[in-house]
Design a protein around this ligand. Sequence first.
Ligand code: ADP
Length: 268
Amino acid sequence: MRNQLNEAKRIVIKIGTSSLIYPNGNINLAGIDELAFTLTDLKNQGKEVILVSSGAIGIGMNKLNFTQRPSSIPEQQAVAAVGQAELMSIYGQRFMVYGQQTAQVLLTRDVIEFPESRQNVVNTLEQLLRMGIIPIINENDTVAVDELDHTTKFGDNDQLSAIVLQLTQANLLIMLSDINGFYSDNPSTNKEATLYSHITELTPDLFNRAGGKGSQFGTGGMHSKLKAAQRVLDQQSAMVLANGKQPKVIFDILAGEDIGTLFKEDKK
Ligand code: ADP
């Protein structure tokens, strides 16, 4: 089952803020550089790579010397607007070291419900991939909470990354978090929790085992990752949830090593 992962031609990688920012609030340059190296190498191998990156608020807080995440949504939007530009600047620099062009794409999750917008997004992403450019996608935090009848929720790139997989018919979503995978219980509160290596179906019992976010920079927590996995399985695609501490782990995942949690139907 795992040895088929290397056949994935089009891969979406989602990285959480906790992999981009150290717990003390400073930017994890080594991690970002390793991510740029790894994704560029995958592209050089002939794969099509799309990055969904969180981090705008964390990087914005760093830039504005905030030690606490602001509580009001408009303050968070403002910090995200500052941080998004900085985030892209850092990515642009690191990817350029390896000769790789990147592009910023800001989306809202409800784009999938509007046929014309949806087609525009697909056209842009397909064209970027044809041009050998790695799209770096984030939720458009300025728009996402403005439109009250929309279903968007602030800061949830887990769902967005699964939607991007759906829109681009990608073969694999690699979700990099601050935890080794999905456990039988939240490992930060239960030391006995055990890691699932392979999940073929998302049952209500599994959802009950998923808790909230792990750090002040965390986003949706495990529940949101399982919801994303459900969408991926609905597309007959696969998802691996793994630790993003060392993004080179992506090479090992694609090589079929038993790393993180694989969500994939068991085709007999
Ligand atoms: P990210 O920044 O990568 O989006 P989150 O903080 O949103 O990360 O989610 C990861 C966190 O979810 C973990 O650090 C862990 O504390 C928490 N968590 C809750 N339940 C589980 C579980 N069953 N298995 C693994 N992690 C869990």
